[in-house]
Design a protein around this ligand. Structure first.
Ligand code: G4P
Length: 281
């Protein structure tokens, strides 16, 4: 089953991206380190033209470090340029800037050979909603943002934010609309907050999360919810947690919607620890 997420928006965003990409030397694609595959959209490669691209895996503080390293290796083996970032604690910005400049070098040299005056490298950030685009932009621009204070940071148009004398960022983060070909991808995007898809059942989303945790991080569930032994079925874990957390309806049955909210909030606020929901094959 192929589910297109708001195809109208997707087509418009793709057209806009195509225009913006023409103005930059390098594209920085952000992927959520917890779901580095599901949070990427293959449409980007179709519109890149010959622009070099850096893949920045962000929110690495929220993901399983070992799995993130496996993903990095996996992507690098496929010829991608990968940088690990934790924008919340400002880690990886320096490496990202370095990588952007390195990838732009052939083009800058070619321009200079033609006698064109040296200019700053131009880059843009793209990624699905909520992946961390604005946070990364703020980290890169840092205190320099004040210097461009006369230009609103997020307006549309051909404005640039100064990272340094050698690098500028297009001030419009390009939104990639997630595309999901199977329901699992939709679940992962919903769990991490990239989409609010009403077509997905909220309880199903959280049941999927529980099943993933049961499979890969049973200890996280046991410790967080004080469970000495996990029931074998995901739905029974769901019910047990709901009961333990007092999520009950009249008559004493578990209120699964309330329990789902508790579990999702715990996951998103890292109460369950660093978790990766995808592993490279
Ligand atoms: P967007 O522009 O792509 O839509 O994403 P945005 O930067 O708004 O980031 C979405 C949420 O992700 C924000 O949290 C932001 O703080 C968080 N975030 C971004 N990068 C990182 C990271 O590397 N690590 C962690 N742990 N979180 C990150 P929020 O709760 O929506 O807002 P806020 O209250 O934190 O500002």
């Amino acid at each position: 089953m192929t589910i297109q997420w708001y195809p109208g928006h997707m087509a418009k965003a793709t057209r806009e991206l195509q225009e913006w990409i023409k103005r930059v030397d390098v594209v920085v694609e952000l992927a959520d380190a917890r779901i580095p595959q599901a949070s990427r959209n293959p449409v980007l490669n179709d519109v890149l033209s010959d622009r070099p691209k850096v893949l920045a895996m962000v929110k690495t503080d929220m993901a399983d470090e070992t799995v993130t390293k496996q993903w990095q290796q996996h992507f690098e083996q496929n010829g991608e340029n990968v940088v690990l970032m934790n924008a919340k604690h400002n880690k990886g910005s320096g490496k990202l800037i370095q990588e952007v400049k390195r990838l732009a070098q052939p083009k800058m040299q070619a321009l200079q050979k033609k006698g064109i005056k040296k200019r700053a490298v131009r880059a843009m950030i793209v990624g699905v909603p909520n992946v961390g685009k604005s946070t990364v932009i703020n980290r890169l621009v840092g205190k320099n943002q004040a210097k461009t204070g006369d230009r609103p940071a997020m307006t549309r148009g051909n404005h640039w934010l100064k990272v340094s004398n050698e690098m500028e960022l297009l001030d419009t983060p390009g939104i990639l609309w997630p595309k999901f070909e199977d329901q699992e991808v939709g679940y992962k995007l919903a769990i991490t907050g990239a989409i609010k898809d009403e077509r997905l059942d909220f309880q199903d989303v959280v049941l999927y999360l529980i099943q993933q945790l049961q499979k890969w991080y049973p200890q996280a569930l046991e410790e967080r919810y004080n469970l000495s032994e996990l029931p074998s079925e995901g739905v029974d874990i769901f019910e047990t947690i709901g009961r333990k957390r007092g999520c009950l309806i009249a008559g004493g049955d578990v209120d699964f919607d309330q329990a789902a909210e508790v579990i999702l909030r715990d996951f998103r606020s890292e109460k369950l620890g660093p978790i990766s929901l995808e592993k490279p094959e």
